[in-house]
Design a protein around this ligand. Structure first.
Ligand SMILES: *Cc1c(COP(=O)(O)O)cnc(C)c1O
Length: 384
């Protein structure tokens, strides 16, 4: 008996050929030593801070290199509990629940809150993990136009009124750097009896009077019942949390499979995050330095005629449109010792390939000038 199913090797070859033919082949990146990084999300420059490394080592010595089990078995250690309390405090919520990654926090939250009857409304530019989370729950996501409150209002008004509704948005959009209108989203959601979930992965640590993000203490749990923050970006470590009411957190502990069925985060990482939160509180000048750098970079870029997207966050996209052009510019910047993100479809819509330039508190003026000069040279060569 012979099968007509295509061989696995053929399927893989076809997929690879398809991606290469579109010029979208992806490769992992280890920047050479000495490269100045304008690609990462370490906005406050904390990932390399020796105080975090020390705290991580001490955490590992005190509690072990690994947690040894999931939170519900025996892996929920004192350091996790302490971190959850501090995170809840930071964002002004009754409780917070620690997840191993932001991707898992979003999967777990949406999977636990939704089922196939739930109506989910997502900004068109939401992070992939938010779409995947709704998918894991078997819920259909309706996409509203980016930051378009009228479009959301229309979709909610048209939707059947007999099932639970959840509005979901990034806080700071990861590829665009613009910020959701949280107050507007909260008002519309409340009016339609929907809950609002904001993923503030890129706002936490950077925005807000206390680094509490674009939601934080400014928009309470009554307005934004579900708040997600990640720890691998401005806080420099790894992991994520969901913050909200007692009832929400208990629901997630009961029902979020990506929470229940995984080993708790290594305790050293939690200890390092506690150190990062200390620094966030006692060194507000990091956020100030970042603001000054953003203003300087935008001012100089405008003078040089570089078409930056409209963003006041550390994410400063330069939309070049064509994926080939983006790869060429990124390679030339790389030769100059400057690493920027080269973002192509399917991460962004077709025709909107871009350099994703990110600024951090520890960039000095010379580094910014080097980046600006190289961008200006490439811009001139392209004759635009
Ligand atoms: C990075 C990111 C995530 C995923 O967080 P990880 O901790 O890296 O898994 C989720 N949401 C948004 C908006 C992000 O930018």
């Amino acid at each position: 008996m012979s099968s007509t199913a295509p061989a696995w090797s053929e399927r893989l070859n076809e997929a690879a050929a398809w991606r290469r033919a579109q010029g979208l082949w992806r490769e992992r990146c280890t920047p050479p030593a000495g490269t100045i990084d304008f690609a990462g999300n370490d906005y406050l420059g904390l990932a390399g801070d020796p105080r975090l490394a020390e705290a991580q080592a001490a955490g590992a010595r005190d509690y072990g290199a690994g947690a040894g089990a999931s939170h519900l078995v025996s892996g929920h250690l004192e350091v996790h509990e302490a971190l959850e309390r501090r995170l809840a405090e930071l964002v002004g919520r009754p409780r917070a629940l620690l997840f191993s990654t932001g991707y898992m926090a979003n999967l777990g939250t949406l999977q636990a809150l939704c089922d196939s009857a739930t109506q989910v409304f997502q900004d068109r530019l939401n992070h992939a993990s938010l779409l995947d989370g709704a998918g894991l729950a078997g819920a259909r996501s309706r996409r509203f136009h980016h930051r378009d409150l009228d479009d959301l209002d229309r979709l909610l008004a048209r939707a059947a009124s007999d099932s639970a509704r959840l509005v979901v948005s990034d806080g700071v959009f990861s590829m665009d750097g613009d910020v959701a209108n949280v107050a507007g989203l909260a008002e519309i959601s409340a009016r339609h009896g929907a809950w609002l979930m904001i993923d503030d992965a890129h706002g936490l640590g950077v925005l807000g009077a206390h680094g509490d993000g674009c939601v934080g203490r400014g928009h309470g749990v009554d307005r934004v019942p579900v708040l997600v923050g990640t720890l691998g970006k401005a806080l420099g470590t790894a992991g994520a949390f969901v913050a909200g009411s007692e009832a929400l957190i208990e629901h997630l502990i009961q029902f979020a499979r990506p929470y229940v069925y995984t080993t708790a985060q290594p305790p050293g990482v939690a200890a390092a995050t506690l150190a990062a939160l200390d620094i966030l509180a006692i060194e507000p000048e990091r956020r100030e330095r970042l603001r000054v750098s953003i203003a300087y970079f935008r001012h100089e870029a405008a003078r040089l005629g570089l078409p930056l997207a409209d963003s006041f966050t550390p994410i400063q996209p330069l939309v070049l449109g064509d994926a080939g052009r983006v790869m060429r510019w990124a390679a030339r910047l790389g030769e100059a010792g400057l690493r920027v993100g080269a973002i192509r479809p399917p991460t962004v819509p077709r025709g909107e390939a871009r350099l994703r330039i990110t600024l951090r508190a520890t960039h000095d003026r010379d580094s910014l000038d080097r980046l600006l000069e190289t961008l200006a040279r490439l811009h001139g060569e392209d004759g635009r």
